[in-house]
Ligand binder design. Sequence first.
Ligand code: C2E
Ligand code: CA
Ligand code: CA
Length: 408
Amino acid sequence: MKSVISELSVLVTDDSLTQRQYAKELCNDLGVKDLHDAANGVDALSVLEARPVDVVLIDLEMPIMDGVELIRSIAQKKIASSVIILSAKDPILIASVGTMAEADGLHVLGTFQKPLLPDALECSFLRFIHDAKQQAQEPKPAPENEVTAVELGEALANGELSLAYQPKLTVHGLMLKGVEALARWRHPQKGMISPGVFIPLAERHGMIDMLTRHLLNVAFQHKKNWQNYGLRFNLAFNLSPLSLADSDMVDWLCKLAEDYGIAPSEITFEITENALLGELASAIRTLARLRLKGFHISIDDYGTGFANAQQLSRVPATELKIDRSLVHRSAARPQQHTILASTVDLAKNLNLTTVAEGVETAEDYKIIFDLGVDLVQGYYFSKPLFPDDLLAFIKTGLNQVRKQNEIK
Ligand code: C2E
Ligand code: CA
Ligand code: CA
């Protein structure tokens, strides 16, 4: 584990010799000894293929292979994980490339307009060191939780799949507005399997409808139990883009709500932004029908995909969930903050309820509060909870959260 900047290995990628030397000098001044450079994306890839490097500085405008292509290749080949993005272009462009890189799974230490300043570079290096330390302290994930479609089928039959619920709170007053249902799979031998693994598996193997219908029954049963205790709050459920193409889904959902005695107006379906880019017409047909029946529609992970304002305005949505990559740490990233603020504005102009997800710190919460976002969700308030723990949170945990945030 690296504990000081002098132990870092750094690759500077820039086509301009002057800029390259300038960046290398800054690194040198900060004590970096293991320093490499490349004049374009192709050279950078060969450096990275030859040796591991901790941090890659990437200039966006380069001939042969530009910074955007380089970032893609690094992410695909998994030959580096932490990058700093630089450009002489406008801050919005740089920040959007940063968002793209994060969506590709890279760790973006900073996105800066040139000239690169020594303080900014030092901060980025320190962030790398801080995060590396944290990672070393976290328990290692189970050896690659590889699972097969057959195992998933068995899990469905054996009732190994369940739901955890993460509170969605009002920004003002931190009142419980609703919960988001998140699928959980505890494999008897392999432990917890992430939905990031088994949902795509189900989608690839034609099992997503079966899985969705099973989990919806579980969720509606829970909601009915809460209603019986006198607890009424919204239930949000993630729908796969594939479910939007399933023409029977809407009627099936209406019947399910009726069977459980649940008002559609207390249910929100979360659809990722990218689901709206594919089979747009059929997706909109399903969403429009769900809206007509009274269900709410939320556009999830907004900010990671490429839906534009016009596409957004065509979707019969009621809520916009701003992705964690825009929310978390935006206090320290001016460009990201600008995009966040304009996203909130856009949502308000479209009359959508705004939700910030991935609020992890008091600092994140403050930014969201100041921007006038409606709802918050994130580890800072609560992790996803199984039903018993959710009840305890509603009874006592929520008051503690309010107290910590000085809400009476
Ligand atoms: P999502 O819909 O964006 O859900 C939010 C994810 O962020 C959840 O991960 C949640 O545990 C995590 N999260 C919440 N607060 C924070 C925070 O403050 N910081 C960080 N770093 N993470 C936070 P999870 O449960 O692993 O779910 C991953 C994804 O799997 C979900 O992303 C959703 O797209 C998908 N998914 C989960 N359950 C279902 C389901 O029942 N059906 C479908 N189709 N997809 C599901
Ligand atoms: Ca979601
Ligand atoms: Ca999300």
